[in-house]
Ligand binder design. Structure first.
Ligand SMILES: Nc1nc2c(c(=O)[nH]1)N[C@H]1C(S)=C(S)[C@@H](COP(=O)(O)O)O[C@H]1N2
Ligand SMILES: [Mo]
Length: 307
């Protein structure tokens, strides 16, 4: 199969995962497609993926069972053990509202959206602000493709993302939190090729606990920026107040770029714990993606970029 898109941050998959794991995943993937049990979010991916592009992961893939059973999703619970509860969140029908400073505000059905984008697989590192980390294969499409579809007005400077509020989410009853979960990036960050919308994980539809059916994935930022279960995307000229920023601005800012040298007020960010092995490894500036994103911040030296 041809490699459709290969960029500097991609390396061959054999460098990050044992060959047997690759073969199993590919075999399983093809089998599933053959049985046509998968929604569009995934069905086209087998062709698009090709000999899986691989990324400068420099690490083994996290075992799927850890990535899908140890989660942060406060709408469901403050505990990490919420994956069973999250199965109640219906994944279809699902639609996204494209709102604010766009040529034509509208609501788009997720499956219609997925017909208009190029799905691919990307293996990204993920670094939670709490200092755990994983390396997982996402299926999805660059956020820039969604921006293009939305057709923002020239004055739009930020893109805000809002998570669904559903009756199956027990955590929403907690009045302590400023629901809905809102995240945001600048329009320049949204245009960066690393910024990704994920609809799949490990070659399967994105599990509800990981943010299915569609989530933001920003691998150079702390994990809380990657909002789950997106229902609204708003283009605006005002910087949105994000969920965690509203709760603790001195601990969780708007920029939240990963930096081992800038401690969280209550703990060091120098190292991270790999899900599964619990091995501690050094954290990297921009989570190792500096070559691709550092230029976004060249003119923002006076901002609190790393918190
Ligand atoms: N809506 C919503 N999105 C969210 C969160 C959340 O609580 N609610 N937690 C964030 C945090 S802190 C992290 S580390 C990642 C975790 O993603 P994962 O569970 O798929 O590993 O989701 C992020 N997105
Ligand atoms: Mo996190």
């Amino acid at each position: 199969m041809p490699i459709i898109r290969r960029r500097g941050w991609e390396i061959a998959e054999q460098y990050v995962t044992p060959e047997s794991a690759v073969m199993n995943r590919r075999g399983m993937l093809r089998g599933a497609v053959a049985m046509t049990i998968l929604p569009a979010a995934f069905a086209r991916a087998d062709d698009a993926l090709a000999p899986n592009p691989l990324y400068k992961a420099g690490r083994a893939l996290t075992e799927e069972k850890y990535a899908t059973t140890y989660n942060n999703y406060y709408e469901f619970s403050e505990s990490k053990n919420l994956w069973r509860d999250a199965q109640a969140l219906k994944q279809r029908p699902w639609s996204l509202q494209l709102a604010g400073m766009v040529s034509q505000p509208r609501t788009i059905d997720l499956d219609d959206l997925l017909k208009q984008v190029q799905l691919e697989e990307r293996i990204y590192r993920h670094r939670c602000v709490e200092a755990w980390a994983m390396t997982v294969p996402w299926t999805g499409f660059p956020l820039s493709q969604l921006v293009k579809l939305a057709d923002p007005l020239s004055g739009a400077k930020y893109v805000a993302f809002e998570t669904v509020q559903d009756k199956t989410m027990g955590g929403l009853h907690s009045p302590f939190y400023p629901w809905p979960y809102v995240e945001g990036v600048t329009i320049e960050e949204a245009a960066n090729d690393l910024a990704f919308m994920s609809t799949g994980l490990y070659g399967k539809p994105l599990p509800p606990q990981n943010g299915g059916p569609i989530r933001l994935t920003l691998p150079w930022k702390y994990g809380f920026k990657s909002a789950k279960a997106i229902v609204k995307v708003t283009f605006t000229d005002k910087r949105p107040t994000t969920f965690w920023e509203a709760i603790g601005p001195s601990e969780y800012g708007f920029w939240a770029n990963v930096n081992p040298a800038v401690s969280h007020p209550r703990w060091s960010q120098a190292r991270e714990r790999l899900l599964g092995s619990d091995e501690m490894v050094p954290t990297q500036l921009y989570n190792g993606y500096a070559d691709f994103v550092a230029n976004l911040y060249a003119d923002r030296k006076n901002e609190k970029l790393f918190m």
